[in-house]
Ligand binder design. Structure first.
Ligand SMILES: C[S@@+](CC[C@H](N)C(=O)[O-])C[C@H]1O[C@@H](n2cnc3c(N)ncnc32)[C@H](O)[C@@H]1O
Length: 339
């Protein structure tokens, strides 16, 4: 497929949408045989960087389905803070409880929530369509929208709001959290989840930067480090995984802030039962697919094609052959909207 010919530009200039700091443009292009979503922010005003430049095709959605299974297994369910979530979704007379999934991706979390809580209505929002291929529960729907434009049209509308792994596409994460609180009804729960782009060693310590040829060097760390820098340079809130509990506490309309961290081995280099082994194998597969989709992001950052190719190939070999003993860290945070 030629990239020039197949570009589809969807101009969602947001005049009239209050809360939108600048018009945006979303462009879907075929690069390296993958459908890429490129979110150009504020293009009409100046030449700011893209905020988002990642795959948005069926291949990526299948990866997200796999990652959703990993996180559901790691959490032992679809969400942390089960008591708060179940209380917020208690059936009641009148309007059914409502759930929003921001940056829904393949829509798997939204669909699973709609199945688990059939008395609720669930809305999944994303810049790109979810590409549903199975049965969609009748209480679940999807909308195409940009979370950076705010949720003024959804004031006090939701009992639970979920935003997982969206930080690369969010321009100002503290403002985003403030806007989510306005879209929650009193007593409603916000649920955040994010994987670190920083990776961790076998003792769960952050892997430091190391030069090629030194004993500490790993290609897996190198490729994640390069992607972290590329996303940060593009204005994504890439550090939100570790910052979100602090940011939630700073917002007066939230109370009962909580969080916890989960370390998952990347590949079965260590496990004590079949569940842990399965989790580590699934996460390795997720990472392999994630790394293989990083090409366009790294090329756009100025890396030469042969360097990108080498980083991807060597990192994949390291993970497949279990030559590195690494962990991925996931942070889950939550808070309740004050009554
Ligand atoms: C890594 S995926 C995570 C998908 C899903 N939340 C999950 O955990 O499986 C990030 C998703 O967020 C979407 N996204 C990024 N920035 C967004 C924005 N500003 N508004 C709406 N969706 C956004 C992307 O299109 C992508 O589908």
């Amino acid at each position: 497929m030629s990239s020039e010919q197949d570009d589809i530009d969807i101009d969602t200039s947001s005049a009239g949408r209050s809360g939108s700091p600048a018009p945006s443009l979303y462009s879907f292009s075929s690069i390296d045989g993958r459908l890429m979503l490129r979110h150009v922010y504020g293009r009409m005003l100046n030449n700011q960087n893209d905020t988002y430049f990642l795959p948005a095709d069926t291949e990526e959605h299948r990866r997200l389905d796999l990652q959703h299974q990993v996180l559901t297994l790691a959490l032992g369910g679809l969400f942390p803070a089960p008591n708060l979530v179940r209380r917020a979704l208690t059936p009641r007379p009148g309007k059914p409880p409502a759930i929003l999934d921001v940056g829904t991706g393949s829509g798997s979390w939204a669909i699973d929530m709609a199945r688990q809580f059939p008395h609720t209505t669930v809305v999944g929002v994303d810049l790109a369509p979810p590409g549903i291929d199975g049965d969609l529960p009748p209480n679940c729907r999807f909308e195409i929208d940009d979370a950076n434009l705010g949720f003024l049209h959804y004031q006090g509308a939701f009992d639970v709001i979920h935003a997982r792994s969206v930080s690369a596409g969010i321009r100002d994460f503290p403002l985003f959290l403030e806007e989510l609180s306005q879209a929650l009804c009193p007593g409603g729960v916000v649920l955040l989840g994010d994987g670190d782009m920083q990776i961790y060693d076998e003792f769960q310590d952050a892997v430091p930067y190391a030069e090629e040829g030194t004993p500490e060097f790993s290609w897996t760390h190198r490729v994640f480090f390069a992607a972290y820098n590329a996303m940060k340079n593009r204005g994504g809130s890439i550090d939100s995984a570790s910052m979100s509990p602090t940011w939630l506490r700073a917002i007066n309309s939230y109370t009962d802030v909580g969080w916890h961290k989960v370390f998952i081995p990347i590949g079965p280099w260590r496990y004590s039962n079949q569940r842990e082994r399965l989790l580590a194998e699934m996460l390795r597969e997720d990472c392999l697919r994630y790394i293989s989709g990083m090409g366009p992001l790294l090329l756009s950052e100025g890396y030469l094609p042969e360097s990108v190719d080498k980083m991807q190939r060597e990192a994949a070999a390291e993970l497949r052959e279990l030559r590195v003993h690494l962990h991925s860290r996931w942070t889950f945070a939550w808070a309740v909207k004050r009554p």
